[in-house]
Design a protein around this ligand. Structure first.
Ligand SMILES: [Zn+2]
Length: 350
């Protein structure tokens, strides 16, 4: 178990310290300890906080696999309810460890290989949030030898696991191999391998293939935040400041929702333009963003905002079209209990 947990820490830190791979508390990782138990990043923790002693929950994934093997397609609301019960019943409370809640994405981790890295990388999301994303992946990964699948947008949670399982089963049937890379439309990337180092390398390779495809050679912008007061911070990330100054930004701009994390952290009800009246206050003349909240939440939002602008910039400057979430899907996320929980944890942790 200890070796597995050190592997979990290794893969979590390998991606968790980079804001181009994960923003704030986003993304999650897992390791299968044996034929029954899996350790998965806990909800409300940042990937870089995962250690062999803290930041994960232990789940009986065997029972999760069994559930999906025996389950036919059903209404997503029923899936969510049954899934929540299933996870509650199969989360173990290990002596000497904190009782934490597993990541909401525990379902698809269960059905993959030993190590799983799920991130929201800006590079993969240029493709996952473009209308021609799937075609461009086929083109850019053709000669890479990487086995991948594309999953159309599905609400995170148990229905998503069901969809992923279906697509994996079809892939295995036709290709006689396991797809180690999953592109999730309007969401992000999943990579899986039986070895920790292989998993990390695969994650790097996938993003590098995309960077090369789009000729991205400059380093990702360094996230900068300046303290102004007890709970007031100013975003100073150069790329973001310049983007805001040089592009027409209004509330409609943020109405183009690319993925669930944008709704959680950059909701238009929390943004004010050219006045200071909300949690996120964007000053278009100077390009500054003034956050009226604590450090950790300000940082999470600055990371999420920068990632969003970066993805939009690369999609548009390559002449591609944004693929946005429907208002129906946006409302589902807004009403979703598990995300609220994550958000609450993030704003409480100082
Ligand atoms: Zn995710």
């Amino acid at each position: 178990m200890d070796k597995a947990l050190r592997g979990l820490e290794r893969i979590s830190k390998a991606v968790g310290v980079f804001p181009d791979f994960v923003q704030g508390g986003g993304g999650n990782t897992s390791v299968k300890i044996d034929k029954e138990l899996m350790a998965i990043k806990a909800s409300g923790y940042r990937l870089e906080q995962v250690t062999p002693d803290d930041g994960f929950a232990v789940v009986n994934y065997r029972n999760v696999i069994k559930y999906f093997d025996e389950t036919d397609e059903k209404d997503d609301v029923v899936f969510e309810r049954e899934g929540a019960d299933l996870i509650k019943q199969n989360t173990l409370h290990m002596e000497g460890y904190k009782a934490l809640r597993p990541s909401v994405e525990v379902g698809f981790h269960s059905i993959l290989k030993k190590f799983v890295i799920h991130t929201h990388p800006v590079y993969a999301n240029i493709l996952c949030c473009s209308e021609s994303g799937e075609e461009l992946i086929a083109k850019s990964f053709k000669s890479s030898g990487i086995p991948w699948i594309w999953v159309p947008y599905t609400m995170p949670g148990f229905y998503l696991t069901y969809r992923i399982k279906q697509i994996i089963d079809e892939y295995k049937e036709t290709s006689k191999s396991f797809p180690q890379v999953i592109f999730m439309q309007n969401h992000g990337l999943v990579v899986t391998a039986d070895d920790a180092e292989e998993c990390i390398e695969l994650h790097t390779k996938v993003n590098n293939v995309i960077k090369e495809f789009f000729n991205i050679s400059e380093p990702y912008p360094e996230i900068k935040l300046e303290r102004r007061g007890d709970s007031e911070f100013v975003g100073e990330t150069e790329f973001t400041v310049n983007y805001i100054r040089n592009n027409p930004i209004d509330l409609g701009f943020f109405g183009r929702v690319l993925y669930p994390d944008q709704i959680v952290y950059l909701g238009d009800d929390q943004i004010a333009i050219d006045e200071i009246s909300k949690k996120i206050n964007i000053i278009t003349e100077t390009g500054q963003v003034i956050y009226r909240t604590g450090y950790l939440e300000s940082r999470t939002i600055e990371e999420t905002l920068t990632a969003y602008l970066y993805v939009v910039h690369h999609i548009e400057s390559n002449g591609l079209k944004l693929s946005t979430m429907s208002s129906e899907d946006i409302n589902r996320i807004k009403n979703w209990d598990a995300e609220k929980y994550r958000k609450k944890m993030v704003s409480e942790r100082k």
